[in-house]
Design a protein around this ligand. Structure first.
Ligand SMILES: *Cc1c(COP(=O)(O)O)cnc(C)c1O
Length: 476
């Protein structure tokens, strides 16, 4: 056996000098630097030796070629930007894995303007002295929500944490068992409560919580009644939860705070049947909720940010809390968020991509899908590719972002299937490896390009990528 022949084993492993003069190394060295290139070769060699030791592979005449390929792939991967743009053809509008809300040009312009030089981040032009980071968006948030005061932090999880820490530390917080949600695996209401230093009192049952359940749980140490939007699940059948008006009434009579974690921050009513029943932040404030927390990058359509809107007294407590410093928002985020809020102020929310994708009509989607299908069909004809079947299809899209789990969002798309027996997973993987990675849906062993989430220029990108793949090899 070759693996047992130490001479063969050592001879088959190339030296660093041999590797460094391989023809493809120079261009990658320009990207990565010589030291990183050496380290990556060492990493590949170490892994290779380990596999030989474990008996997984045996070194032979093809070893050099294999190492060559492994190292080249790894270096190519490390030389590319890791966080890069992709085409979202999944039809999931607020796609958390793909960065949630795409930003409109207004927001991008603001980010560029503020971040390429110095800015008024914490500076008051009137007084010529120190200003408040939060001041840039507070008035706008109050305008849009009717709240007395507002503050922003890194994300909504941070908003909930800060709000609880500042108002309910070492006190009791009453929450319904039907609203103990977990979002995205890492945000769990009981855990956030524990982190904030508050004590949780769970009331009611999973499917049914009465007002008297809350009332019975109130003690002299209770600080706050918490309502949480059950964003990513739905309880059906025999169910009851307590309205925010009722909770606000109970809180008032006991001198307690009512807080609502709204999840998605709708700033204005949408005439989209899908979002019916979804409350705007303003409605929550009007119903008597003292503190409302919500995300900036879900339905609101902005950058990742967490907003807290509510009574001046309570927001002032949060301003004085040390956690605010740890959770504070970066200038690029603030710039983008202010620009988004100004679009709402001007009545231009229709130009925010997330809003636009949810409001788009069925006819428009069908037309867009038809255009993509025609462009694909034309390209495949031009390249004489006959191994792909392209079809116009109706799709199930989704709002995403952990909202409206049970709601069907009908859309349109283009399905692409191999007639040569290539699995859809394999085609999908191929599309993720191109110069413009495309993430698609897969249904019944077909790729599905949902057009709802395609932005300007994406159809052209998809066609270009197919040209890239099928222009060089018809097999692909
Ligand atoms: C999404 C969501 C969160 C977490 O918000 P992030 O902005 O992702 O931190 C918290 N609570 C609810 C109800 C949510 O829907």
């Amino acid at each position: 056996m070759m693996a047992n022949d130490p001479n063969m084993y050592y001879r088959s492993i190339p030296s660093m000098d041999e590797l460094l003069v391989l023809p493809w190394v120079a261009s990658l060295e320009a990207e990565l630097g010589r030291e990183a290139v050496k380290d990556i070769f060492n990493e590949v060699l170490a892994d290779f030796r380990r596999r030989v030791r474990n008996g997984d592979i045996q070194p032979d005449a093809s070893t050099m070629e294999m190492l060559n390929e492994l190292a080249q792939n790894l270096m190519n991967r490390r030389a590319r930007a890791s966080l890069c743009s992709v085409v979202n053809a999944t039809g999931v509008v607020v796609h958390t894995n793909l960065g949630r809300s795409p930003l409109p040009q207004e927001a991008l312009d603001a980010v560029l303007d503020v971040s390429r030089g110095y800015s008024t981040l914490e500076y008051s032009l009137e007084s010529g002295s120190r200003g408040q980071r939060n001041a840039h968006v507070e008035w706008l948030l109050c305008r849009m929500t009717g709240a007395e005061a507002a503050i922003v932090v890194n994300n909504n999880a941070g908003a909930v944490l800060l709000a609880l820490a500042a108002t309910a530390r070492d006190r009791e917080v009453v929450v319904s068992r039907g609203e103990m949600v977990e979002i995205g695996g890492s945000f769990r209401i009981p855990d956030i409560l524990a982190f904030s230093g508050a004590k949780m009192t769970a009331v009611g049952c999973t499917n049914y919580t009465h007002l008297r359940d809350y009332a019975d749980a109130v003690t002299e140490n209770t600080s706050l009644l918490l309502k949480v939007h059950p964003s990513n699940f739905r309880i059906e059948g025999f169910t009851e939860s307590v309205s925010r008006e009722e909770l606000a009434g109970l809180a008032k009579s006991h001198g307690l705070i009512v807080m609502e974690d709204l999840g998605s921050g709708l700033l204005e009513d949408m005439d989209v049947s899908l979002l019916e029943g979804e409350q705007t932040v303003r409605r929550c404030i009007e119903a008597g909720v003292d503190i409302v927390t919500f995300s900036g990058d879900k339905l609101l359509g902005g950058p990742q940010i967490g907003c807290i809107a509510g009574s001046r007294e309570l927001i002032d407590k949060m301003r004085g809390n040390q956690l605010l410093r740890a959770l504070r928002v970066d200038k690029m985020t603030l710039a983008a968020f202010e620009a988004i809020l100004r679009m709402y102020l001007k009545g231009k929310s229709g130009n925010i991509p997330t809003m636009d994708m949810l409001r788009v009509s069925d006819e428009e989607l069908e037309e867009k899908a038809r255009a993509l299908m025609n462009a694909m069909t034309e390209l495949l004809g031009e390249l004489s590719v006959s191994s792909l079947a392209v079809e116009l299809v109706e799709t199930d899209d989704a709002v995403g972002g952990g909202s409206f789990p049970g709601t069907r969002l009908p859309g349109w798309g283009v399905s692409v299937a191999s007639t040569a027996g290539i699995r859809a997973e394999k085609l999908a993987a191929r599309l993720r490896e191109t110069s413009v990675p495309i993430v698609t849906g897969i249904r019944a062993d077909r790729l599905v390009f949902h057009v709802r989430t395609l932005l300007d220029g994406d159809c052209e990108r998809i066609v270009r990528v197919f040209r890239e793949i099928y222009g060089e090899s018809r097999e692909a």
